[in-house]
Design a protein around this ligand. Structure first.
Ligand SMILES: [Zn+2]
Length: 138
């Protein structure tokens, strides 16, 4: 409880910051300033923001969270696709597999940058809530 009072950001301030960060990363912009680009090409996170200098990839393994997020969402999507194919078609399992697999793979490929962007925001917000000196919300 004492730690909570020493943090520079109170919960109501974090709520507004969360929404702002979410909007920024959904546009593939820096969660801190909203001006710098997150990616330099498809699903390749920049080392740091080219506007405010926020480091996106601070350590090895920092992208593990985005991998778990991507895997979880992709598995849920795959399950939904195969259930829908099973419910609404009379295809054999092999035809359903042949049709569903490319759909799921395309989704995985398309979702990857979004999962990386969302995880960058999660890490940034965690740093802000922890009062890390390099996280300076704007
Ligand atoms: Zn920035």
């Amino acid at each position: 409880m004492r730690l909570r009072h020493t943090l520079p950001w109170k919960e109501p301030q974090l709520g507004g910051l969360r929404a702002r960060c979410l909007r920024r990363v959904l546009r593939h912009h820096c969660p801190q300033c909203g001006l710098g680009a997150l990616f330099d090409r498809w699903a390749h996170l920049r080392e740091r923001c080219n506007h405010c200098g926020l480091i996106y990839r601070r350590e090895d393994g920092a992208e593990l969270g985005s991998m778990y997020l991507s895997a979880t969402v992709s598995q849920l999507f795959a399950a939904a696709v195969f259930v829908l194919l099973w419910l609404f078609t009379d295809w054999t399992p092999w035809i359903g597999f042949a049709v569903g697999t490319p759909i799921v793979l395309a989704f995985c490929y398309g979702f990857l940058p979004l999962s990386m962007a969302l995880w960058t925001a999660v890490e940034y917000l965690t740093d802000v809530a922890s009062g890390e000196w390099w996280a300076k919300p704007r």
